[in-house]
Design a protein around this ligand. Structure first.
Ligand SMILES: [Mn+2]
Length: 348
């Protein structure tokens, strides 16, 4: 990626575009924070910009109060040739986005992806242009390095726009959400980027509060259930908890997925002597969803390996964070399956 002609192509593609659709991946704060900053940069360049977000707005509206109105920030935005550039944020695979392969194939303009997820060797992604740095904490960090900053002398420093306060705030919220306020993963730029954002009027205390110190009552009730059901398996260095279909129905309409992030960061990753934590969730009569998190410092087995051995319907993730959906098993059977696969892999 140090190829300067590719850099120039990306730069020209952005500058030459007139109508851009910014597409964040599933509504997590890192993707929304970077999308909002991208929206403001492109709007300041006098481009017509739309954000096609994915999923529910509930949690997002608290974290990102200063968004464009619904005509520009809309889940139903159609991907068609009225746009000349699509910018995908924070996802290495098309299925992380609310865009079909047919929509993408019939699109005639340019496509750019900016992302920090690990990609398989040889995978060139699904866009014309790809800026991928798996060593980065977050896509928000990449946005700062690509569009605003001067401290990064390598390929990521394509532009040096002035940053506004709203973008500084939104990018800090997104970054903290992914790196768990420096607990989880820190690239060599993470602290510099945070410092840059705070120096440009991002409210650090507010970002911390929005990401990890503000809960609603539902989330506390779900946490109680998860803690009550939490079991420790010492030999496998594994913790497993679950929600039954009855529990899930009781919280109907509430985004339990968003809670699992907080839960997994603060509980399953923090108990000394245990390396892996699982939340099992019955989503209907047939399917159980698994959310897996590893302890960052002592993990020895790739979670995607464990989940892959369960023969799931859907699966994906990283070494330390992975998810899956398994069919036709009970909670008890799945618990035993996870433990036996783990024991096998531990012996390798
Ligand atoms: Mn991210």
């Amino acid at each position: 990626m140090k190829n300067s002609s590719i850099n120039k192509d990306i730069k020209d593609t952005i500058l030459d575009s007139k109508s851009v659709c910014v597409i964040p991946s599933k509504s997590d704060p890192d993707s929304i924070g970077s999308a909002l900053a991208m929206y403001r940069i492109l709007t300041s360049l006098k481009k017509d910009v739309n954000i096609k977000y994915y999923g529910e707005l509930g949690d997002i509206s608290v974290k990102f109060p200063n968004r464009p109105d619904n005509s520009k920030f809309n889940a139903d935005t159609r991907i068609d040739n009225s746009f000349d550039l699509l910018i995908f944020l924070d996802g290495s695979k098309l299925n992380r986005f609310n865009v079909s392969i047919d929509e993408l194939n019939s699109f005639k303009g340019s496509t750019l992806s900016i992302d920090h997820h690990e990609m398989e060797k040889g995978d060139k992604g699904f866009t014309n242009y790809l800026i991928n740095d798996p060593l980065s904490d977050s896509t928000c960090e990449l946005i700062v390095r690509i569009f605003y900053n001067k401290f990064d002398s390598d390929w990521l420093n394509l532009f040096s726009f002035d940053i506004d306060t709203d973008s500084a705030n939104d990018l800090l919220v997104g970054m903290y959400s992914d790196n768990c306020i420096f607990r989880y993963k820190n690239s060599k730029f993470a602290f510099l980027v945070a410092q840059y954002l705070i120096e440009h009027n991002a409210n650090n205390s507010m970002a911390v509060y929005k990401v990890f110190q503000s809960f609603d009552i539902n989330s506390i009730d779900i946490t109680k259930l998860l803690l009550n059901n939490l079991k420790f398996f010492k030999e496998e260095e594994t913790m497993i908890t679950y929600l039954t279909l009855k529990d899930v129905k009781e919280f109907d309409g509430y985004d339990i997925g968003a809670l699992s992030e907080i839960y997994s960061q603060f509980i399953t990753r923090c108990i000394y002597g245990y390396k892996r934590g699982y939340i099992l969730k019955e989503i209907d009569d047939k399917n159980i969803q698994i959310s897996a998190r590893g302890n960052n410092y002592t993990n020895d087995i790739d979670l995607t390996e464990i989940l892959g051995d369960l023969k799931p319907k859907y699966s994906g993730g990283h070494f330390n964070a992975a998810g899956s959906t398994v069919e036709n098993v009970t909670l008890e059977e799945l618990t035993n399956l996870i433990l036996s696969v783990t024991r096998e892999l531990m012996q390798k």
